[in-house]
Design a protein around this ligand. Structure first.
Ligand SMILES: Cc1ncc(COP(=O)(O)O)c(C=O)c1O
Length: 431
């Protein structure tokens, strides 16, 4: 006789302790406050504010009728375009058959962690999804604390120390530069030293270069140049092309890691099958390095550079510690200077801090603990994207030749950024 008990739902224990991230919570709260008529400065969500370049949108329209499943590894023309793109931009010698396309690089990272058996090494802070992916799959993660003097990036001597403690252990280190959440990046010398360490211990490097085209100076260098045999490059359309919702990412493998690519291809074929056909056809046009794309990227970089440094300078004047942003659209402000006064107000963690800032000043930031920092450090991630990207691109294009956008550009064309900066500094002053 069957009982009336509910259908048992036995959840995979690896999922215990994971929850939807604070990003979602902050977004929901921001929406609620807006519905109540409050002005909210949305500096929490990490999405490009810029439109997808017209050239790429037109290519998508042209290919909307493409309806067939494509090869698991991706459209040959796109794999060729990406291979040429990375060879030219990152100084390597890949071939199209070393390129794997996926519905976002995040999905490919998940399949990599699933296919590879070894320890995952990541810095703290680092992007929100690396560690939960490892947890879901059951891989062990070593988080390495970072220093502000190193731009909050993992340093070669720190990787060396981990490897030396257990030299034979298979390892995958994930390096993300320009970085989310810090906006910082590596210089060439550090990458060369890191490459030596990785080579010595046969560490696989997953080089997450999703923000590489948004290096503010257009001067990104990849570790693949110095460690070609052990580096997998990860990239996609989401950040530099403003197309996060299109879901297109890629990995480029070194020839010696073809077995890993093959294993991931099997997982891909048994899960997502292939990436959306119209999106892949359209993406070819994004990777062809045409003058339109170069112009678009030039405008995007100049705009981001000025907005990032505008906010940083003002927050530094308010005693907030922030590494210099070098790429992407993030700052990582540390409000530790205000620790005592915050404690007196009963604000003991970065989460309490973000909640109070949103409630009292309408400024939405994400707590650093979402990125692996200790809750008590009062570090936060700030995305300086609360502006109209289309208008900003037009304004930047209209600047007289040779004139770089300055503070007045931000105040005129990114008014919410300027206002958010003032509101945040005033809130700190009134604590
Ligand atoms: C550092 C980093 N890596 C990877 C991704 C994943 O990008 P996508 O899956 O859209 O390619 C993101 C997106 O936020 C990111 O910030």
């Amino acid at each position: 006789m069957l009982s009336n008990a509910p259908i048992p739902t036995v959840i995979n224990q690896n999922l215990f302790g994971l929850s939807t991230s604070a990003t979602v919570t902050i977004n929901e709260k921001s929406k609620l406050l807006e519905q109540q008529g409050k002005k909210v400065f949305k500096l929490g969500f990490g999405q490009s504010p810029f439109p997808v370049p017209d050239l790429v949108v037109n290519a998508l329209k042209k290919h909307a009728h493409e309806k067939d499943y494509l090869a698991v590894r991706g459209l040959p023309a796109l794999r060729e375009a990406i291979s040429n793109f990375v060879n030219h931009r990152k100084g390597i010698r890949s071939t199209p058959d070393e390129v794997l396309i996926g519905p976002g690089s995040k999905e490919l990272m998940f399949l990599l962690q699933l296919s590879y058996y070894g320890e995952i090494v990541i810095p703290a802070p680092s992007w929100v999804s690396y560690a939960p992916q490892a947890q879901i799959i059951g891989r062990s993660v070593t988080r390495v604390g970072t220093r502000i003097s190193n731009g909050l990036l993992l340093m070669p001597d720190e990787l060396e120390a981990i490897c030396a403690a257990d030299p034979e252990r298979p390892r995958l280190v994930i390096l993300n530069y320009p970085a989310n959440p810090t906006g910082t990046t590596y210089d060439q010398q550090t990458l060369m030293t890191m490459a030596e360490v990785a080579r010595h211990y046969k560490v696989i490097v997953l080089s997450d270069e999703i923000y590489s085209e948004l290096d503010h100076k257009g001067a990104h260098t990849s570790i693949a140049q110095f460690y070609p045999e052990g580096t997998i490059i990860s990239g996609g359309l989401s950040k530099w092309c403003g197309a996060g919702g299109w879901r297109l990412g890629f990995f480029v493998f070194p020839n010696g890691l073809k077995r890993l690519m093959q294993a991931m291809t099997i997982c891909a074929s048994e899960t997502f099958t292939s990436t959306s056909a119209p999106i892949q056809y359209a993406a070819v046009s994004a990777f062809l390095e045409t003058p339109e794309i170069e112009e678009y990227l030039g405008l995007v970089r100049r705009s981001l550079a000025v907005v990032g440094s505008y906010m940083r300078v003002r927050l530094q004047q308010a005693k907030v510690e922030i590494p210099q942003p070098q790429g992407g659209f993030y700052l990582f402000p540390d409000f530790g200077h205000y620790r005592d006064v915050l404690h007196r107000r009963g604000i003991a963690t970065d989460r309490d801090f973000c909640r109070a800032l949103l409630d009292e000043a309408g400024v939405a930031l994400l707590p650093g603990s979402d990125f692996g920092c200790r809750e008590s450090t009062f570090s936060t991630r700030l995305s300086y994207v609360d502006f109209n990207g289309r208008e900003v691109l037009e304004a930047c294009r209209a600047l007289p030749a040779g004139r770089e956008p300055g503070d007045d550009f931000v105040e005129t064309h990114c008014p919410k950024i300027a206002e958010a900066t003032t509101v945040l500094c005033q809130w700190l002053a009134g604590l």
